[in-house]
Design a protein around this ligand. Structure first.
Ligand SMILES: Nc1ncnc2c1ncn2[C@@H]1O[C@H](COP(=O)(O)OP(=O)(O)OP(=O)(O)O)[C@@H](O)[C@H]1O
Ligand SMILES: [Mg+2]
Length: 461
């Protein structure tokens, strides 16, 4: 039904009216234009529409008031709110009040067409009809007021197609939020594709994102479909966007503006319908000031900024998260924390944030063996998870070296030091029971013996 849909437009600015009219009439929509909210309600009482587009700021009746009126009257017509440039709160308020989407001024005719088309699409209508409760992924544990507000904003803007820039230190939960946004959006049944922009050099990243044709460059033996194409209809997450090189930033900007990608070595552009989310653990504004990130791309990405506070600023979350992960590892039998240990955990600076805490709890769950964990069991200040160390262990002694998947070493400690500390700590915890220690470490007795030999460890066999 989309192309001959009936649209009611309420805007007090004649120039804006004209621009919207010429853009949408060209696409074949049937338009009714009014200059204020009151006239809009009159039209809505006497006629039915498939869509209402309204300016937020109008004299007498604001767009927000018009939307409330529509809801009170139980009119099912979706509303797109036109918001002022740079006022994120307006956009968020509109979405929280139930707008189907918003569009920030100034916008291009392509932007407007795209949003109108999406709101009128059958998927979107079905999503709205179902009461927009989509399947949720992993739970997000928090009772921190700033986090809760941030989650409200994330859920509200999830329904829109707006680009969201998620900022926060490493391990604060940026990817988790990105997945939540996708899962709460009408795109939930379409792909979610994440690309780490820091993991690859620019040339490889370009074909990773946009794809390439066979023979496009030396080594391009087959055609490769890029992540943007793979995310078609769904959401792409551009992880660690601040690390992208300037030349590639220019290409990305073009993709976001034109909504089409060129495969490397390709002849004709491919149009894409992909919602963009980006994360960064640097302050992107500073990166722009330092000349390392394009300002125009920053504005494209920063439509809705979400900032995750570091864990050291959410002390009440530390307790909740420790209990949550303890239960995850040990089930409902997980022992409670002593007040003393909790205080020690709350004093720790958590440079690796929730990921570091999760790893520390994993160690404590193993080392405390069902007893109330002591501070030492958390091995605070060591960023690695037990799982990654076991992988290192297995890779080094028992199996052929593999790709080393599972390695996530970030701290200054070497793998060997970490490994040694962990093995000795486990032995201590098991009162030198080598069979049990090897089992807890997930390694063979033989490997354990070899390691202890290496450390010149003198203990009872
Ligand atoms: N509030 C939370 N509740 C439960 N689990 C969480 C929470 N925040 C983060 N986590 C968990 O912590 C880990 C790190 O989160 P995530 O990968 O989303 O962080 P990130 O900010 O993307 O990190 P990085 O900057 O290193 O990429 C994940 O295992 C995630 O599930
Ligand atoms: Mg991440």
């Amino acid at each position: 039904m989309t192309r001959d849909a009936k649209i009611l437009v309420a805007d007090d600015d004649p120039q804006m009216q004209l621009a919207i009219q010429s853009c949408l009439a060209r696409s074949g929509y049937q338009l009714t234009m009014v200059g204020d909210g009151k006239s809009a309600t009159e039209k809505l009482e006497s006629d039915s529409f498939d869509l209402v587009i309204t300016d937020q700021r109008m004299p007498e009746m604001t767009g927000q008031e018009l939307m409330s009126w529509i809801q009170r009257k139980e009119i099912a017509t979706p509303v797109i709110m036109i918001t002022a440039h740079g006022t994120i709160t307006q956009a968020v308020e509109a979405m929280q009040a139930g707008a189907a989407d918003f569009i920030a001024k100034p916008f291009s005719t392509e932007d407007l067409e795209r949003i109108v088309e999406r709101v009128l699409s059958p998927e979107n209508a079905a999503f709205r009809a179902k009461g927009k409760k989509a399947a949720k992924g992993r739970p997000i544990i928090t009772n921190d007021p700033i986090m809760i507000r941030m989650l409200e904003v994330a859920e509200a803007v999830a329904r829109s197609d707006a680009t969201v820039l998620i900022q926060g230190e490493s391990g604060t939960g940026k990817e988790l939020i990105a997945r939540l946004i996708h899962a709460s959006s009408p795109r939930v049944h379409q792909p979610f594709v994440a690309v780490n922009c820091a993991a690859l050099p620019a040339t490889l990243l370009e074909s990773e994102l946009f794809g390439h044709e066979k023979g496009a460059f030396t080594g391009a033996q087959n055609r490769k479909i890029g992540k943007f194409e793979l995310a078609q209809g769904g959401t792409i997450l551009l992880d660690e966007i601040s690390e992208m090189e300037l030349a590639l930033q220019a290409k990305l900007l073009r993709v976001l503006q034109e909504r089409e990608v060129d495969r490397v070595g390709g002849q004709s552009p491919i149009s894409i319908d992909v919602r963009v989310l980006a994360t960064t653990n640097r302050n992107l504004e500073e990166t722009v000031k330092a000349g390392k990130f394009r300002a125009d791309l920053y504005y494209r990405l920063n439509v809705i900024p979400l900032t995750l506070p570091p864990l050291r600023q959410r002390l009440s979350d530390i307790k909740l998260l420790v209990e949550h992960f303890m239960r995850q590892y040990l089930g409902d039998e997980a022992p409670a924390l002593s007040g003393e240990v909790l205080t020690a955990l709350q004093r720790h600076p958590w440079p690796g944030n929730v990921r570091e805490l999760q790893n520390a709890v994993e160690r404590a769950a193993i080392l405390s063996r069902g007893q109330t964990p002591r501070e030492a069991d958390f091995l605070l200040g060591q960023a690695n998870s037990l799982a990654s160390q076991v992988t290192v262990e297995v890779t080094q002694s028992d199996a052929e070296p593999t790709s080393g998947a599972g390695l996530s070493i970030r701290s200054g400690t070497t793998v060997q030091e970490m490994e040694k500390a962990l093995i000795l700590e486990t032995l201590r915890a098991t009162e030198n029971n080598r069979t049990l220690a090897a089992k807890m470490l997930g390694i063979s007795i033989r490997t354990l013996r070899n390691k202890l030999h290496e450390y010149n460890f003198e203990g009872p066999e």
